[in-house]
Design a protein around this ligand. Sequence first.
Ligand code: PXP
Length: 250
Amino acid sequence: MGSDETTLRLGVNIDHVATLRNARGGAYPDPVRAAKLAEAAGADGITAHLREDRRHIRDADIDALMAALAVPLNFEMAATVEMQEIALRHRPHAVCIVPEKREERTTEGGLEVAGDKARLAEFIEPLAAVGCRVSLFVAADRDQISAAAEIGAAVVELHTGAYCDYHYEGRFAERDEELARLGEMARLAHSLGLEVHAGHGLTFDTVTPVAAFPEVRELNIGHFLISESVFAGLDGAISEMRALMRSARA
Ligand code: PXP
């Protein structure tokens, strides 16, 4: 996603349009149509996660998304041979490596990079070689971020799920500690030459402090925007999110 050094981009994750489609097993609603609407509403990129169990998008959706989109696709996937082959075939703009457990409802934690450096270095090398920007989805943890830089990732995406959970659970002291950690780790990652993204669980209520970190270049937001679009439309939901991001930055 091209932009200058200060812009904060919004990647819209359309997984849950596919979840809704899959609930009835038919073709509606079409995640590609949602992606085009998101693009028209000002998304800088589209994110989609091909899970091992295909509970969100399916293989055919990747082709359709890549053919239809003018903005870049950020392809989320687990570090498996199957997913690597798919990514190498499609060569999306970005590949974000996430941990994946079959039984989890969503991506619950960050990727274990520090304990798996050699394997991940080997895993991401061919992806980078074909021109994908490789991003690692990590917790706000010094060792994970340092390891991401060591193995040559271009980007780290900081997991904001814990911060958002604390907010909605009313655990404000822990929320503020996690937010401080996110800010510190955004600075660390930037100082190590990594591009910094953030995402997971972000809403209108929680986006502002994360969007205000000057090192953060991109937010990836899905579940809330798709949910809010039931009430406000995708255009309304995305426009309001963008307005919050802009004012956080101002
Ligand atoms: N970033 C990453 C790496 C993710 O795995 C997800 C969830 O698929 C998101 C961002 C978006 O999270 P949410 O749907 O909670 O906004």
